[in-house]
Design a protein. Structure first.
Length: 276
Protein backbone atom coordinates (compact mmCIF):
# COMPACT_ATOMS: atom_id res chain seq x y z
CA UNK A 1 0.00 0.00 0.00
CA UNK A 2 1.20 3.49 -0.79
CA UNK A 3 2.21 5.59 2.14
CA UNK A 4 2.74 9.31 2.54
CA UNK A 5 5.47 9.19 -0.10
CA UNK A 6 2.97 8.22 -2.83
CA UNK A 7 3.85 10.04 -6.01
CA UNK A 8 1.65 12.91 -7.13
CA UNK A 9 0.39 11.78 -10.51
CA UNK A 10 -1.99 14.49 -11.71
CA UNK A 11 -0.99 18.14 -11.43
CA UNK A 12 -0.17 17.76 -7.75
CA UNK A 13 -3.10 15.40 -6.99
CA UNK A 14 -2.44 12.11 -5.24
CA UNK A 15 -4.89 9.40 -6.24
CA UNK A 16 -5.42 5.65 -6.37
CA UNK A 17 -7.79 3.50 -8.43
CA UNK A 18 -10.51 1.37 -6.89
CA UNK A 19 -13.85 -0.24 -7.82
CA UNK A 20 -17.45 0.16 -6.73
CA UNK A 21 -18.54 -1.95 -3.73
CA UNK A 22 -18.65 -5.73 -4.38
CA UNK A 23 -17.32 -5.54 -7.92
CA UNK A 24 -17.55 -8.26 -10.57
CA UNK A 25 -14.09 -9.80 -11.30
CA UNK A 26 -13.88 -8.01 -14.67
CA UNK A 27 -14.13 -4.63 -12.94
CA UNK A 28 -11.20 -5.43 -10.63
CA UNK A 29 -9.09 -6.26 -13.67
CA UNK A 30 -10.12 -3.01 -15.43
CA UNK A 31 -9.31 -1.00 -12.30
CA UNK A 32 -5.88 -2.66 -12.02
CA UNK A 33 -5.16 -1.86 -15.66
CA UNK A 34 -6.20 1.76 -15.14
CA UNK A 35 -3.95 2.01 -12.06
CA UNK A 36 -1.05 0.66 -14.13
CA UNK A 37 -1.85 3.17 -16.91
CA UNK A 38 -1.54 6.07 -14.44
CA UNK A 39 1.25 4.42 -12.47
CA UNK A 40 -0.71 4.82 -9.21
CA UNK A 41 -1.78 2.19 -6.63
CA UNK A 42 -4.78 -0.11 -7.05
CA UNK A 43 -6.80 0.10 -3.82
CA UNK A 44 -8.94 -2.95 -3.03
CA UNK A 45 -12.39 -1.62 -2.09
CA UNK A 46 -13.04 -3.97 0.91
CA UNK A 47 -16.48 -2.47 1.79
CA UNK A 48 -14.82 0.82 2.72
CA UNK A 49 -16.26 4.23 1.94
CA UNK A 50 -14.44 6.33 -0.68
CA UNK A 51 -13.44 8.76 2.06
CA UNK A 52 -11.94 6.07 4.31
CA UNK A 53 -10.15 4.36 1.43
CA UNK A 54 -8.69 7.67 0.22
CA UNK A 55 -7.50 8.30 3.80
CA UNK A 56 -5.84 4.87 3.96
CA UNK A 57 -3.94 5.58 0.76
CA UNK A 58 -3.07 9.12 1.71
CA UNK A 59 -4.83 10.12 -1.51
CA UNK A 60 -6.57 13.39 -2.39
CA UNK A 61 -9.05 11.52 -4.55
CA UNK A 62 -9.97 8.13 -5.99
CA UNK A 63 -10.74 6.92 -9.47
CA UNK A 64 -13.70 4.59 -8.99
CA UNK A 65 -14.43 1.99 -11.67
CA UNK A 66 -18.04 0.79 -11.62
CA UNK A 67 -20.17 -1.14 -14.13
CA UNK A 68 -21.81 2.12 -15.21
CA UNK A 69 -18.85 4.49 -15.47
CA UNK A 70 -15.45 5.60 -14.22
CA UNK A 71 -15.50 8.58 -11.84
CA UNK A 72 -12.85 10.67 -10.20
CA UNK A 73 -14.12 11.43 -6.70
CA UNK A 74 -12.58 14.02 -4.42
CA UNK A 75 -14.53 15.12 -1.35
CA UNK A 76 -18.00 16.13 -2.53
CA UNK A 77 -16.92 16.45 -6.14
CA UNK A 78 -17.24 13.81 -8.83
CA UNK A 79 -15.98 13.96 -12.42
CA UNK A 80 -17.19 11.52 -15.06
CA UNK A 81 -17.89 11.65 -18.78
CA UNK A 82 -21.32 12.69 -20.05
CA UNK A 83 -22.17 14.39 -23.33
CA UNK A 84 -23.53 17.46 -21.53
CA UNK A 85 -25.46 19.82 -23.76
CA UNK A 86 -24.14 18.26 -26.99
CA UNK A 87 -27.43 16.47 -27.76
CA UNK A 88 -29.55 19.57 -27.18
CA UNK A 89 -27.22 21.77 -29.27
CA UNK A 90 -27.31 19.26 -32.12
CA UNK A 91 -31.13 19.14 -31.99
CA UNK A 92 -31.23 22.93 -32.18
CA UNK A 93 -28.83 22.95 -35.15
CA UNK A 94 -31.12 20.45 -36.87
CA UNK A 95 -34.05 22.77 -36.15
CA UNK A 96 -32.26 25.57 -37.97
CA UNK A 97 -31.10 27.50 -34.89
CA UNK A 98 -27.65 29.15 -34.82
CA UNK A 99 -25.02 27.49 -32.66
CA UNK A 100 -22.71 30.37 -31.73
CA UNK A 101 -19.55 28.22 -31.67
CA UNK A 102 -20.28 26.66 -35.08
CA UNK A 103 -21.10 30.08 -36.48
CA UNK A 104 -17.88 31.64 -35.06
CA UNK A 105 -15.89 28.80 -36.65
CA UNK A 106 -17.91 29.07 -39.88
CA UNK A 107 -17.71 25.30 -39.66
CA UNK A 108 -18.86 23.21 -42.62
CA UNK A 109 -19.16 19.56 -43.51
CA UNK A 110 -15.78 18.04 -44.38
CA UNK A 111 -13.68 20.59 -42.45
CA UNK A 112 -10.88 19.51 -40.16
CA UNK A 113 -10.78 20.99 -36.68
CA UNK A 114 -8.28 20.90 -33.86
CA UNK A 115 -9.97 21.40 -30.48
CA UNK A 116 -7.01 22.39 -28.29
CA UNK A 117 -8.96 22.19 -25.02
CA UNK A 118 -11.19 19.10 -25.03
CA UNK A 119 -12.46 19.10 -21.42
CA UNK A 120 -15.67 17.04 -21.37
CA UNK A 121 -15.67 16.99 -25.16
CA UNK A 122 -19.07 18.70 -25.59
CA UNK A 123 -17.80 21.20 -28.18
CA UNK A 124 -15.82 18.47 -29.95
CA UNK A 125 -18.96 16.29 -30.25
CA UNK A 126 -20.98 19.16 -31.75
CA UNK A 127 -18.12 20.01 -34.13
CA UNK A 128 -17.78 16.35 -35.12
CA UNK A 129 -21.51 16.15 -35.87
CA UNK A 130 -21.32 19.21 -38.12
CA UNK A 131 -18.15 18.21 -39.99
CA UNK A 132 -19.57 14.71 -40.48
CA UNK A 133 -17.97 11.58 -41.87
CA UNK A 134 -15.83 13.50 -44.33
CA UNK A 135 -14.48 15.82 -41.62
CA UNK A 136 -11.84 15.31 -38.97
CA UNK A 137 -11.93 16.36 -35.28
CA UNK A 138 -8.81 16.02 -33.18
CA UNK A 139 -9.16 16.95 -29.50
CA UNK A 140 -6.23 17.70 -27.20
CA UNK A 141 -6.35 17.49 -23.41
CA UNK A 142 -3.38 17.99 -21.12
CA UNK A 143 -4.93 16.57 -17.94
CA UNK A 144 -4.23 12.81 -18.07
CA UNK A 145 -7.30 11.90 -15.96
CA UNK A 146 -9.75 14.09 -17.89
CA UNK A 147 -8.21 12.86 -21.14
CA UNK A 148 -8.53 9.16 -20.32
CA UNK A 149 -12.06 9.37 -18.84
CA UNK A 150 -13.40 11.44 -21.72
CA UNK A 151 -11.61 9.32 -24.33
CA UNK A 152 -13.19 6.17 -22.90
CA UNK A 153 -16.57 7.91 -22.68
CA UNK A 154 -16.46 9.12 -26.28
CA UNK A 155 -15.61 5.61 -27.42
CA UNK A 156 -18.22 3.76 -25.35
CA UNK A 157 -21.20 6.05 -24.57
CA UNK A 158 -24.24 5.06 -26.62
CA UNK A 159 -26.60 7.94 -27.30
CA UNK A 160 -30.20 7.22 -28.30
CA UNK A 161 -29.42 9.08 -31.54
CA UNK A 162 -26.96 6.93 -33.48
CA UNK A 163 -25.69 9.97 -35.41
CA UNK A 164 -24.57 11.53 -32.11
CA UNK A 165 -22.94 8.25 -31.10
CA UNK A 166 -21.12 8.22 -34.45
CA UNK A 167 -20.01 11.84 -33.92
CA UNK A 168 -18.52 10.85 -30.52
CA UNK A 169 -16.67 7.88 -32.01
CA UNK A 170 -15.07 10.04 -34.71
CA UNK A 171 -13.31 12.37 -32.24
CA UNK A 172 -9.62 11.52 -32.08
CA UNK A 173 -8.35 12.23 -28.56
CA UNK A 174 -4.72 13.04 -27.75
CA UNK A 175 -3.19 13.65 -24.32
CA UNK A 176 -0.97 16.63 -25.07
CA UNK A 177 -0.34 20.26 -24.23
CA UNK A 178 -1.61 22.35 -27.11
CA UNK A 179 1.55 24.41 -27.42
CA UNK A 180 3.74 21.33 -27.94
CA UNK A 181 1.25 19.84 -30.39
CA UNK A 182 0.80 23.05 -32.38
CA UNK A 183 4.57 23.45 -32.70
CA UNK A 184 4.70 20.03 -34.40
CA UNK A 185 2.11 20.88 -37.08
CA UNK A 186 2.80 21.88 -40.68
CA UNK A 187 1.40 25.25 -41.84
CA UNK A 188 -2.28 25.09 -42.78
CA UNK A 189 -2.66 21.50 -41.57
CA UNK A 190 -6.22 21.92 -40.28
CA UNK A 191 -9.05 24.27 -41.17
CA UNK A 192 -10.06 25.52 -37.72
CA UNK A 193 -8.15 25.70 -34.45
CA UNK A 194 -10.25 26.21 -31.34
CA UNK A 195 -9.46 27.20 -27.74
CA UNK A 196 -11.88 27.09 -24.82
CA UNK A 197 -9.51 27.58 -21.88
CA UNK A 198 -10.59 27.57 -18.23
CA UNK A 199 -12.10 31.00 -17.58
CA UNK A 200 -9.85 33.30 -15.61
CA UNK A 201 -12.72 33.66 -13.12
CA UNK A 202 -15.27 30.83 -12.98
CA UNK A 203 -18.85 31.68 -13.97
CA UNK A 204 -20.59 29.51 -11.40
CA UNK A 205 -19.81 26.86 -8.87
CA UNK A 206 -21.46 23.43 -8.86
CA UNK A 207 -20.13 19.97 -7.95
CA UNK A 208 -19.81 19.13 -11.67
CA UNK A 209 -17.84 22.28 -12.49
CA UNK A 210 -15.74 21.98 -9.32
CA UNK A 211 -14.92 18.39 -10.24
CA UNK A 212 -13.61 19.45 -13.63
CA UNK A 213 -11.76 22.43 -12.14
CA UNK A 214 -9.82 20.27 -9.68
CA UNK A 215 -8.41 18.16 -12.51
CA UNK A 216 -8.07 20.77 -15.25
CA UNK A 217 -5.05 22.66 -16.52
CA UNK A 218 -5.58 26.34 -15.63
CA UNK A 219 -2.66 27.88 -17.54
CA UNK A 220 -3.71 30.87 -19.65
CA UNK A 221 -3.22 30.83 -23.43
CA UNK A 222 -0.15 32.87 -24.46
CA UNK A 223 0.61 34.97 -27.56
CA UNK A 224 3.15 32.48 -28.87
CA UNK A 225 0.46 29.76 -28.83
CA UNK A 226 -1.90 32.01 -30.83
CA UNK A 227 0.88 32.60 -33.40
CA UNK A 228 1.52 28.85 -33.64
CA UNK A 229 -2.21 28.26 -34.11
CA UNK A 230 -2.45 30.92 -36.82
CA UNK A 231 0.40 29.23 -38.65
CA UNK A 232 -1.19 25.77 -38.38
CA UNK A 233 -4.75 26.88 -39.27
CA UNK A 234 -5.85 26.98 -42.89
CA UNK A 235 -8.93 29.13 -42.18
CA UNK A 236 -9.35 30.54 -38.68
CA UNK A 237 -8.46 30.43 -34.99
CA UNK A 238 -11.34 30.78 -32.52
CA UNK A 239 -11.14 31.55 -28.78
CA UNK A 240 -14.09 31.21 -26.39
CA UNK A 241 -14.07 33.47 -23.35
CA UNK A 242 -16.36 35.50 -21.14
CA UNK A 243 -17.88 38.30 -23.17
CA UNK A 244 -16.15 40.98 -21.06
CA UNK A 245 -12.81 39.13 -20.90
CA UNK A 246 -9.56 41.06 -21.26
CA UNK A 247 -8.09 37.89 -22.78
CA UNK A 248 -9.38 38.82 -26.26
CA UNK A 249 -7.38 42.04 -26.33
CA UNK A 250 -4.32 40.53 -24.64
CA UNK A 251 -4.20 37.76 -27.25
CA UNK A 252 -4.89 40.00 -30.27
CA UNK A 253 -8.48 38.94 -31.08
CA UNK A 254 -10.23 42.00 -32.55
CA UNK A 255 -13.28 40.37 -34.11
CA UNK A 256 -15.61 39.20 -31.32
CA UNK A 257 -18.84 37.38 -32.19
CA UNK A 258 -21.60 35.55 -30.32
CA UNK A 259 -25.16 35.88 -29.06
CA UNK A 260 -26.06 39.42 -27.97
CA UNK A 261 -27.23 38.33 -24.52
CA UNK A 262 -24.84 35.44 -23.98
CA UNK A 263 -22.28 35.71 -21.15
CA UNK A 264 -19.69 34.10 -23.43
CA UNK A 265 -18.29 35.26 -26.76
CA UNK A 266 -15.93 34.02 -29.45
CA UNK A 267 -12.82 35.79 -30.70
CA UNK A 268 -12.00 35.06 -34.35
CA UNK A 269 -8.68 35.42 -36.17
CA UNK A 270 -8.99 34.73 -39.88
CA UNK A 271 -6.25 33.65 -42.27
CA UNK A 272 -6.14 36.51 -44.70
CA UNK A 273 -7.01 35.75 -48.30
CA UNK A 274 -8.77 32.48 -47.50
CA UNK A 275 -12.40 32.34 -48.68
CA UNK A 276 -14.39 31.55 -45.48
C1 LIG B 1 -13.14 24.89 -20.24
S1 LIG B 1 -12.51 23.31 -20.51
C2 LIG B 1 -13.02 22.95 -22.16
C3 LIG B 1 -14.45 22.52 -22.26
C4 LIG B 1 -14.79 21.94 -23.62
N1 LIG B 1 -14.75 22.93 -24.65
C5 LIG B 1 -16.10 21.21 -23.61
O1 LIG B 1 -16.93 21.47 -24.50
O2 LIG B 1 -16.30 20.35 -22.74
C6 LIG B 1 -10.79 23.53 -20.75
C7 LIG B 1 -10.01 22.23 -20.85
O3 LIG B 1 -8.76 22.51 -21.48
C8 LIG B 1 -7.75 21.79 -20.84
N2 LIG B 1 -6.48 22.49 -21.07
C9 LIG B 1 -6.04 23.63 -20.47
N3 LIG B 1 -4.81 23.96 -20.90
C10 LIG B 1 -4.46 23.01 -21.82
C11 LIG B 1 -3.30 22.82 -22.63
N4 LIG B 1 -2.24 23.62 -22.52
N5 LIG B 1 -3.27 21.78 -23.49
C12 LIG B 1 -4.35 20.93 -23.58
N6 LIG B 1 -5.46 21.05 -22.81
C13 LIG B 1 -5.52 22.08 -21.95
C14 LIG B 1 -8.16 21.80 -19.38
O4 LIG B 1 -7.53 20.77 -18.64
C15 LIG B 1 -9.68 21.62 -19.50
O5 LIG B 1 -10.04 20.28 -19.48
Amino acid sequence: MAGPSQKKAESGLRFAVTTSLRPAPGLVESAKQLAAHFNVPFAERRDLSVKNLAGLYNADGLLVVSAKRISFIMGENEFFFHPGLAGLRIKEINNGKTDQMISAMSLKEGYSILDCTMGLGTDAIVASYVTGDAGRVTALESSPVICELVKRGLHSYADEDSQITDAMRRVKVINAKYKDYLASLKPGSCDIIYFDPMFRSPRRRSPGINAARMLADHDPVDRETVDLALNAAARRVVLKERRDSAEFERLGFKKIVGGKYSPVAYGVLERLGVPQ
